[in-house]
Design a binder for this molecule. Structure first.
Ligand code: FUL
Length: 617
């Protein structure tokens, strides 16, 4: 039986907006059983962020600092067995780090206080695996948080739930106690904490330790000790955008049926709607038609300025170009997401000069591009219904190539389709179309001058409130000169018996798939002195057949093989399926390379390779 729409059971948390009389649902709404699509859409339009969520999204730019024992072992994922004495910064300088990030325009800095290796950057009372047993006796968390305060930047903590060092990991109640103890130290001893980041990664595999976390207790601890903090990834305020390459979605919805993992019935909801953080659609009408609950759960786009999350000297020539960073800004902040850019401190304990120059260029670019708005009256709030337009005058004779639109998300996210037109020499020309707007939408078009700007809201959930409309001139940037590949591959190479032509065609879109789990042998057709190799996976997050664990052999004649290392792992390849550039301890002469996969993302009995290369330089 269909229930009446305004039934008391509609929502868990509802607040009444004083100005419009609209009922708003802060953070979470429950859809009544039997609600029609129109009714569900109407509820979705009135789900709003909490004050903490809103203020977080308004910051736009957060910096990530991946720093820890991996910085000194040249790894991405430590195994927790490292000697703490390896952590030995020679010139740690928290002020240099914070000042470099501030110059890039970042408002909040999140430090990896503990990564998956369990090594703590603060002298935790609960473990010996920390800075207190390193030659650097100081407290990195204190130094960074103090420098943040000094420079007027907010501070956040990354605390990895997965811990490869803690003996209690996998003994759920014991480890939960340990985890909350460490969290309590971080939330009580370092002043205000604005974001708490709980990484979702765990590489234990099917036979590894399974830890059942007590997210309820974790959330309560945060709310009690730092009520202003937002919680990300395994928290319930901010979701992972779904990739680690800086790409937001074309349609990025803050209101979604994707239940944060801390909700008791999260697994059930995700299974029923067949969605997770990586799904292409997290908020369309088609999807929410089947929703029973809706959440305000905006996305955060985490990406590194270098190929790895931690500092590796070998990547000094692969720092992202300014153009690439600006493109990432447009596809994250400009697509209703927030940008979390990682800048890994070096072994010295500073931001590398190349990165710090790039950050300054990035900050200068954004400050300059958005300094002058050429729309007249674009800051007046406009209420627009679907099918209606609003027209603005443009300052005379100014060159423009970018439009900015912002919805008043304090009242919810509503626009589903819009069009941007310019009146050029008396003719309306469409220069942009889009779906969602949300907190901010930036669209670029060819440089021009125009007399007027017209925004048409083609589809909307209830009346849209446009908070700001702007027009800007964002200087064009040259090609990505310094985003070259670290590896080299040649179409002259062969794969004896495997017929893997697609591997060497220099096209990562064409993927080779094995028939079974037999090793792949590559014949370089001549002996070369190489420093390492590169495996490029099929590309999609959790892509089918991506090799996660393997053994590697090299040979001069294809008969006598030498193994490099023992059982090895492509660390973090599930979340970041990009080129894995693996360097040998020292350069060696090689003609044949053999990779023997021992585990893949889907354990389907076959594996895939998009490209394979060798590292020469
Ligand atoms: C991933 C981790 O496994 C990486 O090492 C990195 O910390 C990234 C931000 O999240 O899940």
């Amino acid at each position: 039986m269909k229930r009446h729409f305004i039934a008391s059971a509609i929502v868990a948390l509802a607040t009444l907006s004083c100005t419009t009389g609209e009922k708003l649902y802060e953070k979470h709404a429950i859809v009544p059983e039997g609600a029609t699509l129109e009714e569900i859409i109407d509820i979705a339009a009135r789900v709003t962020p909490t004050r903490n969520q809103l203020e977080w999204q308004q910051m736009e730019l957060t910096a990530f600092l991946h720093y820890g024992i991996n910085t000194y072992t040249d790894r991405e994922w430590g195994n927790g067995k490292e000697e703490p004495t390896l952590f030995n910064p020679t010139a740690f300088d928290a002020n240099q780090i914070v000042e470099s990030l501030k110059a890039g325009g970042f408002k909040l800095i999140i430090l990896t206080c503990k990564h998956h290796d369990g090594f703590c950057l603060w002298p935790s009372k609960f473990t010996e695996h920390s800075v207190k047993n390193s030659p650097y006796k100081g407290d990195i968390v204190k130094e960074i948080s103090d420098a943040c305060r000094k420079h007027g930047i907010k501070f956040g903590v990354y605390l990895s739930p997965w811990d490869r060092n803690a003996p209690s990991y996998g003994d759920s109640p014991e480890y939960n106690k340990y985890f909350i103890n460490q969290l309590t130290e971080l939330l009580t001893e370092y002043g205000e904490v604005s974001e708490v980041w709980f990484d979702g990664a765990c590489g234990e595999g099917p036979n590894g330790k399974v830890q059942v976390y007590d997210w309820k207790a974790v959330t309560e601890t945060i709310h009690r000790l730092q009520p202003e903090a937002v919680t990300a990834i395994c928290g319930d305020d901010i979701r992972w955008v779904g990739n680690e390459s800086g790409k937001g979605r074309e349609s990025e919805w803050n209101v979604t049926p994707l239940a944060p993992k801390v909700y008791g019935n999260s697994e059930e909801i995700r299974k029923e709607l067949k969605i997770d953080e990586t799904s292409r659609d997290l908020g369309s009408r088609d999807l929410i038609a089947n929703a029973k609950e809706l959440f305000w759960y905006a996305s955060e786009t985490d990406v590194s300025i270098r190929p790895g999350w931690f500092y590796h000297e070998s990547q000094n020539n692969y720092v992202r170009s300014l153009k690439n960073l600006v493109d990432i800004y447009f596809s994250s902040v400009g697509s209703n997401s927030s940008l979390l850019l990682n800048i890994p401190p070096t072994t010295e304990g500073k931001v590398h000069p190349t990165d710090s120059v790039r950050l300054k260029e990035f900050g200068d670019y954004l400050r300059n591009a958005f300094a002058e708005d050429f729309v007249k009256g674009g800051s007046r709030v406009k209420k627009i219904n679907a099918g209606e337009s609003v027209t603005y005058r443009i300052k005379d004779g100014t060159k423009i190539n970018c439009v900015m639109l912002q919805e008043n998300i304090a009242k919810g996210q509503r626009v589903e389709k819009f069009k941007v037109e310019l009146l050029i020499d008396g003719q309306w020309i469409t220069v942009g179309r889009g779906t969602t707007i949300g907190y901010k939408r930036l669209l670029r078009f060819s440089e021009t001058t125009a007399e007027e700007l017209r925004i048409t809201i083609e589809e909307s959930r209830r009346t849209a409130e446009i908070l700001r409309t702007g027009l800007f001139m964002c200087p064009e940037l040259g090609a990505n000169s310094n985003n070259a590949k670290e590896y080299f591959s040649s179409s002259a190479w062969a794969t004896p018996g495997n017929d893997g032509r697609r591997i060497f065609d220099n096209d990562i879109e064409t993927v080779w798939r094995s028939k079974d789990m037999q090793p792949l042998t590559i014949d370089l057709t001549e002996t070369k002195n190489i420093k390492g190799f590169a495996y490029v996976p099929a590309g999609k997050v959790n892509g089918e057949g991506t090799i996660t664990k393997y053994r590697l052999y090299t040979s001069l004649d294809g008969e006598t093989w030498e193994q490099d290392g023992g059982d090895r792992e492509f660390e973090n390849i599930r979340n970041n399926p990009t080129a894995q550039n693996i360097r040998f301890a020292s350069a060696r002469n090689v003609r044949f390379i053999k990779i023997e996969p021992t585990e893949t993302t889907d354990n389907s009995g076959t594996y895939t390779v998009a490209e394979f290369g060798v590292i020469i330089k």
